[in-house]
Design a protein around this ligand. Structure first.
Ligand code: C2O
Ligand code: CU
Length: 497
């Protein structure tokens, strides 16, 4: 071979080798982003045991599949206990009438929102879900209720999607009073946005106290139209002078909602948990994160004039008779970190002695998800499905540090648990314990939260902007030794996001 031939060959080969050197990592990244046709979430990503005294890896027979492992499907309410409240819910694909406009969506028992489920604390609630006509199947998740894992309603994680003609029976005890909601967790980004949802209210034993007016306001945007309880515009509620009113506001949308009354009010509860000694405030809005709830307490003016609770700019609850214009939006939201007073009995656990601490760092980076190139959400630097699996043991005191450097707000929702906010942007909480199941994490912010791992299972810990979830902003909290028999992926009927 002459030197000239070698040079000619190299001239051809070098660019090819160069291209390969560039392409190989891309091909590798592309391939790593592919999702098997059928897989269990417990095989997804990598285990993250956190840091701290209890943060050891698998061992002592606790790993998934180890002897003595517990299946998600066995984690139910007492099967021998009769139900105190029974509901039949029939899901259907339907055309909704939103203020005279025909919008494709979904109904439960013929309406969207579906019926409000009402119970008293301690009740065992039984809901029989039947799918009449939702072609892709349905599942119901009880947002904010810490149900046993098999009842969590996440298609492909805690059950199979309920296909047309099939039924599923949910049974759970409601052990806290408060305002909650339910929604489909099958193709959530289509079904929840399309209205497959409803309110769930847990009253104290023997019903609401006194003669207070109770208002449930489900805020939802249907095809761009803002509504309360399925109706655009203002919602009228009768109330007498001097009467007290409790407005239970539920944000079922993908983004935060600001809520501001025209007069004085108290924020009585956040995400279903009562605030301890909530002070009377005015001229502050309350930020209700996507999926979150606030209960507002108001007293009707003695002079017979009405009150107005503005729910973002487009809708309002008007209490009493007569009209009043929309009050201007306050410049500042109520700081829940310093609202109310600490409970003398404390939190019931010591968040300063955690067994393990996790990072949940939200970012955005170029790469592939399910084979598609794009700028994708990342969790601790990883994109779906290669995200962390937060591993805990029952009884652990868990801390989580959340930060957001992704350029957008993310409503973070942990299933099956309530977490208490310890600090926001490094500023420690000084008010009432601020318990959340949904937390509004804005770009550039950090939160420190803590919870007790007291509800074994495999639990989603995801963004409740359901478009973000569908783009892979989904991780899970998994108890060691718990396994799921359900599968997700293109080769299954289950598509939880
Ligand atoms: Cu609301 Cu995952 O859910
Ligand atoms: Cu998000």
């Amino acid at each position: 071979m002459t030197g000239a031939t070698t040079r000619r060959r190299l001239k051809v080969l070098l660019p090819i080798l160069g291209a390969l050197a560039l392409l190989a990592p891309l091909v590798f990244m592309w391939q790593a982003s592919l999702v098997p046709k059928r897989f269990t979430v417990q095989e997804m990503g990598y285990p993250d045991y956190g840091v701290g005294p209890g943060a050891h890896g698998p061992g002592s027979g606790h790993g998934p599949g180890a002897a003595g492992s517990v299946s998600v499907s066995s984690l139910t309410a007492d099967p021998a206990r009769p139900a105190d409240k029974e509901y039949d819910l029939t899901a259907a694909a339907a055309t909704l009438d939103i203020g005279g406009r025909a919008v494709p969506g979904f109904t439960l028992n013929g309406s969207s929102p579906g019926p409000t489920i009402e119970a008293e604390v301690g009740d065992l609630v039984e809901v029989r879900l039947r799918n009449e006509s939702v072609p892709e199947g349905v599942a119901l998740h009880w947002h904010g209720i810490d149900v046993p894992n098999a009842m969590d309603g996440v298609a492909g994680v805690t059950q199979d999607a309920v296909m047309v003609g099939a039924e599923f029976r949910y049974r759970f005890v409601v052990d806290r009073v408060g305002t909650y909601w339910y929604h489909s967790h099958q193709l959530s980004h289509e079904q929840v946005i399309g209205g497959l949802l409803g309110a769930l209210v847990v009253q104290p034993k023997r019903g609401p106290v006194g003669n207070a007016v109770e208002v449930v306001a489900v805020a939802h945007t249907y095809a761009g139209v803002k509504t309360l309880n399925g109706q655009p515009g203002d919602q009228r509620v009768a109330a007498r002078p001097g009467q007290s009113v409790r407005v239970r506001l539920i944000n079922t949308d993908n983004g935060p909602i600001e809520v501001w009354p025209s007069g004085e009010y108290r924020a009585l509860a956040i995400d279903g948990t009562d605030v301890h000694e909530p002070g009377v405030v005015r001229d502050y809005s309350v930020t209700v994160t996507a999926g979150g709830r606030v209960d507002l307490g108001l007293t009707m003016p003695a002079d017979g004039s009405p009150l107005r609770v503005q729910v973002s700019k487009g809708t309002a609850v008007i209490l009493g008779t007569g009209d009043l214009p929309a009050p201007p939006q306050p410049v500042e939201p109520l700081n829940l970190l310093a609202y109310g007073t600490p409970r003398p009995e404390g939190l019931g656990f010591d968040p300063n002695q955690p067994d393990r601490t996790f990072e949940y760092s939200i970012g955005r980076r170029p790469g592939f998800v399910r084979g598609w190139p794009g700028l994708w959400w990342s969790i601790n630097g990883h994109t779906f499905p290669n995200v962390p699996m937060f591993m805990v043991r029952e009884g652990d005191v868990v801390r989580m540090h959340i930060d957001d450097n992704s350029g957008e707000v993310h409503p973070m929702h942990l299933h099956g648990h309530h977490a208490v906010v310890l600090a926001h942007n490094g500023v420690r909480a000084t008010g009432s314990p601020w318990w959340v199941d949904s937390l509004n994490v804005r770009d550039g912010e950090t939160y420190d939260i803590a919870f007790v791992a007291d509800n074994p299972g495999v639990w989603m810990d995801h963004c409740h902007n359901l478009e973000h979830a569908a783009d892979g902003m989904v991780a899970h909290l998994m108890y060691e030794g718990v396994t799921t028999p359900y599968t997700i992926g293109r080769g299954t009927p289950n598509h939880p996001e």
